[in-house]
Design a protein around this ligand. Sequence first.
Ligand SMILES: [Fe+2]
Length: 230
Amino acid sequence: MLSRFFASRNFHQDDGAVFISRFLENPTDYLSWKDVENCLNRDDVFWELITDGGNKANIPMYKPYWSPVPCQDKKTIHDHIQDKKSFIITGYSKVNRNLTKLCSEIERSCDVNAGVHVYGSRGGSPSFKTHCDNFSNFIIQTVGCTYWQVYKNRHTSLIQTRNDKPLNYDILEIDWEGVLTPGDLLYIPNRAYHQARPDEARLSISIPCAPSVIDSNFYDRRYYQIQTNN
Ligand SMILES: [Fe+2]
């Protein structure tokens, strides 16, 4: 599955943004609104809600007597989604088996630990402003279209990425910009500045890849079946 990606440029000498059109043939087999609804009605994924100002909204937590861990308030999440505001679901790789297989392939082909976050909104609510992340990232659009910009500029690896400092936009240089449509993949190199500028309903998958030299404890993605005699 990743052969087109690895053939796209010389990653040993020339890391940079990569766009692969139609990377997934049936993107909603990996993430659809039904999957989002499924996540809302289970308690083993974690939600982040983004306000229209680009900050994280507070989600009340409660701990049912029988639960080993606190749960996030589902109605708060539901109302936020219905209000067409942006949200993130972390821990999605275990929800969808097609994505579990894709993560396993990434972990076999690269020296990384992969995770999956979902980004979405039922409307054109904004995502984060221009920022960078600690690790390389694959973005895959599954619903709607989103305009993206990836810059050649990167944050140093000497210090932790901090996105609270004002940016000098005059020195930002575009590496890739364009529109992701369902099935398209965008690779954002480690610590490269980037921004999504959504203006309609959309769902996308984000696969951050932490180098395995930092942590080689891989998540067990095998599917265990119970054998029964009846
Ligand atoms: Fe990001």
